[in-house]
Design a protein around this ligand. Sequence first.
Ligand code: UT7
Length: 387
Amino acid sequence: MKQPRRYAQIVGWGKYVPADVLTNDALALKVDTSDEWIRTRTGIRERHTASARESSATMAIRAAEQALDVANVDPAKIDMVIVATATPDYLFPATACLVQDALGAHKAGAFDLSAGCSGFVYGLAMAADGIAAGSYDTAMVIGSETLSRIVDWADRSTCVLFGDGAGAVVLAASESPCGVLATVLGADGSGADLLILPNSGFKDPVTPEARSAQMPYIRMNGNEVYRFATRAMGAVAQEALKKAGMGLEQVDLLIPHQANLRIIQSAARHLKLPDEKVFVNLDRYGNTSAASVPIALCEAVETGRLQPGNTVVLAAFGAGLTWGAAVVRWQPLPEEVRRSWWMRLLRWLRLRLAPWSSRVRRVGRHVDTVVGEATGDREQAKSTDRA
Ligand code: UT7
């Protein structure tokens, strides 16, 4: 018998931005720029920057907790945690593992995804495909970035563009045709050098002697990336719509990667979408890379720009070069499901207990090692006696 198609419904969403705000005027005191230049060339007015206590993992956890709260889902039900980031806490372990542990998502697999600013759309596609294939029922996709740590604050051509933050969604299997309807992903590694974090891997590792001269800071050919972006974003959105069997007239809202207002306006022109159908919030956050689309999605819901039954297109481009788009039918869960008090209580307990359960597992591993070593020693002593 033919199985009904499974859809990945977005049932929860959340965002987190650090409290510290860096305005254009404040930036102009550090580097040779002006509020006027930044606003007219990019549309950015201010951005948020992480404090010393914040990182991509801590911000991802805050956004994920909010998304779980909206979905009213028990973290132990999550099957997969994907964190899209260019600024992981460590190269390994994955930031996704730190998030999985903090949420008490014991059943979940977890991995980081590197696709630059397209990372969230890539993660959404991975999660939706996994759900559609029946590999998992519930997935968490997060975009989280601490770009302020990889920006050269003396380079005015890049430092004015970026900001920190995180956004998350919870996806759940559904049989009704809603959620992620189609995705398209693309890449062109011939443009790898156009937007790059040199000395950040192990090809040319930073040597202790040259540490300050070789700091891994974002290097970008802004004009080339701009040209690529104006072509890529509209084209990939159109391709995803075609794959979903839909036309531009069916789009209620476009949520583009928030890199530059002029790039967004060019994509909107290409798609012949009026301003009211295009979501923009980069004036307050700057470019938060993989976090920009989920933060914008979250704000579109919070401000009522996205209504149940709407069709929304998410489109992004970024380092790699990469690009991607997703067509989503917005259908949040009914209120009564989201209100269930016992599930709220269970989740609250799970999140509060997660650090303790993590400690218990650490102690358990330690005890295992000690017992294992003692047993090993005894057995070795016995075999020496016998010999
Ligand atoms: O997520 C993907 C990440 N990247 C992007 O999406 C970036 C795509 N590119 C862009 O958004 C734009 O290319 C930029 C915003 C980076 C640059 O804007 P632009 O209009 O292409 O400026 P430009 O690079 O052509 O520079 C024009 C002038 C130059 O001065 P001269 O040579 O004409 O005298 C720059 O030195 O503006 C100067 N300039 C600045 N002036 C004041 C460059 N940065 C600044 C600055 N403040 N921050």
